[in-house]
Design a protein around this ligand. Structure first.
Ligand SMILES: C[S@@+](CC[C@H](N)C(=O)[O-])C[C@H]1O[C@@H](n2cnc3c(N)ncnc32)[C@H](O)[C@@H]1O
Length: 360
C-alpha cells in the first residue's frame, strides 16, 4: 500500500500538532495490481495511540472492585470479522430488525440530511447499512461528505474501500473519508473542525447502548454541543429469552473471548491464557442492559504491568454491555443530555427504533 501524501508524520511533533488542534490526514491508494484504485482519505484523529490508551484501562479495570475490561478490546480487525459472524447468525435478532426498519424508513430518515451536510458515522463497522443510506441520499440528488469513524485502521481502510466501489469519487455526489479514533477523539475533532454546513452524526447498530444510560447521555450532550444533530438506532427489545439467545450463543462467545488475546497483544505478555476463561452473559435489570463476562475456570494469579491480580474460580471480569432501551427510556436519556427526540421511526412491534435527536 503506497502512502502518496501525508501531513507531518513525525512522532516528536505529535504533541505540538495536537496542541495546535491539527489532526493528521493521510491519503493513499493501493496499486498492487496496477488498476485504478481510489484514494482513501483517512484522518488519524486519535489523541493517543491505541495501546497507550487501552493498557491503563486494562490495569484500572483489574484494580476496580467490580472487575471489568475495556469493551474496546473487542474491536480489533479480528473482532470485527467475528462480529460479522454474530450479525449473520440467525439468533441475533437486532441485525435483522434494524435492517428491515431501515429499509422501510430510509427515505424518511434521509430527509433529515440535507445536500451539503457533513455526515459522520460513529462506529461505522462494515458499513453495509451505510451503503443503503448513502444510496438513498444519492437518489435524492444530495451532495454529502461522509466520514466513517472507527478504531481499527486496517478494518476501516478495508470497509471504506468497499464503500468507495459503490460511490466512486469521480462520479458520485457522495464523498467518502475516514476518521480513525474513538467517539471521544471524534468529539474532539469536531470541536476543532467546525464546518459551515450542518453536521449529522449517525450512530447505528445499538452501539450507543454499549454505554450505561448516564454515559450515553454524556456522549449525546458532547456531540450536540458541537451543533450537530444525531440519528441513533437503538434496540428496545424486552424479551429476556430472545436477548439471552441472541447474546449468549457460540458466535458471541468467540467475539467476546477475542478480547483476551487482544489484551495480551497490547500488554506484550501472555497474561490471559484463553483456556483459563469462559464466557457468560447476564441481564442487569437496574441498567436495562445485557452484560458479558469472562469467568475464571480455576483459581488464577495474573501478572499485568508488574502487579499480580488474584481470581478465585468463578470470579468474573465484565466485558461488553448492550442496553435494551424502549422509546420512553431513549427520550429520558436524551432529555438528560439536554437534547430532544425530534422524530422517530419504529418497527411495528415498537421493539426497535431510529431516533432523530437535536438540542432541546
Ligand atoms: C456494534 S458495532 C456496529 C457496527 C455498525 N455501525 C453496524 O451497525 O453494523 C460497533 C462499532 O463501533 C466501533 N466502536 C466500538 N467502540 C468504539 C469507540 N469507543 N469509538 C469508536 N468506535 C467504536 C466498533 O469497532 C464497531 O465497528
Amino acid at each position: 500500500m503506497a502512502i502518496t501524501s501525508s501531513i507531518s508524520r513525525d512522532a516528536k511533533s505529535r504533541s505540538s500538532i495536537l496542541s495546535k488542534n491539527v489532526f493528521r490526514a493521510e491519503t493513499s491508494s493501493s496499486n498492487r495490481s496496477g488498476r485504478d484504485v481510489q484514494r482513501i482519505q483517512l484522518h488519524d484523529v486519535r489523541r493517543q495511540a491505541t495501546a497507550q490508551s487501552l493498557v491503563p484501562c486494562i490495569v484500572d479495570g483489574l484494580k476496580s472492585e467490580r472487575r471489568q475490561s475495556p469493551p474496546l478490546l473487542l474491536w480489533n480487525d479480528r473482532g470485527l470479522s467475528l462480529f460479522d459472524a454474530v450479525l449473520d447468525s440467525p439468533d441475533y435478532y437486532p441485525a435483522t430488525r434494524e435492517w428491515s426498519l431501515l429499509h422501510n424508513a430510509v427515505r424518511k430518515i434521509s430527509y433529515s440530511i440535507s445536500s451539503g451536510d457533513r455526515l459522520i458515522e460513529l462506529g461505522a463497522g462494515n458499513m453495509k447499512k451505510t451503503a443503503l443510506i448513502l444510496h438513498t441520499l444519492q437518489a435524492q440528488h444530495k451532495h454529502v461528505q461522509y466520514f466513517a469513524c472507527d478504531v481499527d485502521r486496517s478494518a476501516l481502510r478495508r470497509c471504506i474501500r468497499e464503500l468507495q466501489k459503490l460511490f466512486p469519487a469521480k462520479s458520485s455526489n457522495i464523498k467518502i473519508q475516514g476518521l480513525l479514533g474513538t467517539y471521544e477523539d471524534c468529539a474532539a475533532w469536531l470541536k476543532c473542525n467546525k464546518s459551515n454546513s450542518h453536521t449529522s452524526l449517525m450512530w447505528l447498530g445499538n452501539s450507543m447502548a454499549n454505554f450505561t444510560p448516564r454515559e450515553a447521555s454524556e456522549y449525546i450532550r458532547s456531540f450536540l454541543s458541537s451543533g450537530s444533530s444525531m440519528i441513533i438506532a437503538l434496540d428496545g427489545c424486552q424479551d429476556q429469552e430472545q436477548i439471552a439467545r441472541s447474546y449468549e450463543g457460540q458466535c458471541n462467545r468467540e467475539f467476546v473471548l477475542n478480547g483476551l488475546p487482544h489484551a495480551n497483544q497490547l500488554l506484550g505478555t501472555n497474561a490471559f491464557d484463553i483456556n483459563d476463561w469462559e464466557f457468560v452473559g447476564r441481564w442487569n435489570s437496574k441498567l436495562w442492559m445485557h452484560e458479558s463476562f469472562y469467568v475464571a475456570r480455576k483459581d488464577l494469579a495474573l501478572t499485568v504491568c508488574g502487579e499480580t491480580y488474584h481470581f478465585r474460580m468463578g470470579e468474573t471480569i465484565r466485558s461488553i454491555r448492550s442496553g435494551k432501551w424502549p422509546k420512553m427510556k431513549v427520550m429520558e436519556i436524551c432529555r438528560e443530555a439536554g437534547g430532544k427526540v425530534m422524530d422517530s421511526w419504529m418497527n411495528c412491534e415498537e421493539t426497535y427504533g431510529v431516533y432523530l435527536v437535536g438540542k432541546h
